[in-house]
Design a protein around this ligand. Sequence first.
Ligand SMILES: NC(=O)c1ccc[n+]([C@@H]2O[C@H](COP(=O)([O-])OP(=O)(O)OC[C@H]3O[C@@H](n4cnc5c(N)ncnc54)[C@H](O)[C@@H]3O)[C@@H](O)[C@H]2O)c1
Length: 351
Amino acid sequence: MLVTGGAGFIGSNFLLRMAPRYPKVLFVNLDSLTYAGNLMNLAPVEKAENYFFVHGDISDRNIVRNLFREYAFSTIVHFAAESHVDRSVQSPLSFVETNVLGTATLLEEARAAWNPDEFETGRYRFHHVSTDEVYGSLGPEGLFSETTPYDPRSPYSASKASADHFARAWGQTYGLPVVVSNCSNNYGPRQFPEKLVPLVIVRAMKENEIPIYGKGENIRDWLFVADHCEALETILLSGADGETYGVGGETCRTNLELVHFVLDRVDRALNRPEGASRALVSLVKDRPGHDYRYAMDTSKVRRELGWRPRHDLLQGIDATIAWYLENEEWLKAVLDESWRRWYNEQYVART
Ligand SMILES: NC(=O)c1ccc[n+]([C@@H]2O[C@H](COP(=O)([O-])OP(=O)(O)OC[C@H]3O[C@@H](n4cnc5c(N)ncnc54)[C@H](O)[C@@H]3O)[C@@H](O)[C@H]2O)c1
């Protein structure tokens, strides 16, 4: 199995789940190690016989082609992406390069490597991991579903939407066995602390100010990362080629509600007076094109594949806070990039 972007947040959680569960599957992790990826995330599987890391860019055709030749992948789970909306507003073209060109490169190299006579036998699967942000912004009512028309509004969501279209086009045009999953906002261990939940936890730990866009009224649907990884495993095992699956936590909160909830749980974990950390919140000028509401209808994946989230917000947030409190070394190492030295000392120097 080729896993792209496995050193990032969701990819690493996926590999840590899957490698021990499937010892006969070789997991090859292709990651270019941008600021968002680090190999400390994968320390528990680093020495596993069925895990192998390759440093490289998904848009590099030669690397991808050589990997297909060397490992004869039958499955691709494609996480690699530029994933932060704020960064996409600042520098959109890197999103086009990785999310659009990178995805098309993987699709094309899979098509070149795989035998079309076996496209319908269940031998191969290209799973493209995407987001509910491709559907645009909801008003006060309604849910996104697999048939909602695309309406991306940020460079990030436009690049993911484009990648989804390419994935489906390779399915329609060439018969490539493609599956797309569109998931709502994830949170959990190993998320780079620019994203809302870890940002709030880390700033609250340090008693730093916590900036929130606008009035904090934007609504998101939150899913614990372990539940997303379980959904991906379920879709890989039981999902049908050519299908799209909407995945979400059905746990919608305004940003301010979520931030207050996280802060109150941090206060509890750190034995601070109840509500003390709420004073750290400061409302700042809104981001351009900030979508109002996302909410995913997950009835298809529940009904057809029997998946449902196992963690409610309280369980997920408490587990996430506990992880960040126990992993200050990780936090420092990803922020100052000293994880690279740590990795070399731990692994490279000894081999
Ligand atoms: N985080 C969420 O809430 C969420 C929700 C739904 C869908 N998704 C999607 O899930 C996927 C993973 O998201 P994440 O939050 O783990 O992202 P992340 O930013 O934490 O990790 C992305 C990983 O991809 C790697 N990468 C980036 N560009 C690359 C390139 N050109 N070649 C190879 N590797 C490259 C990075 O080094 C990093 O390890 C993305 O496709 C994202 O769009 C994320």
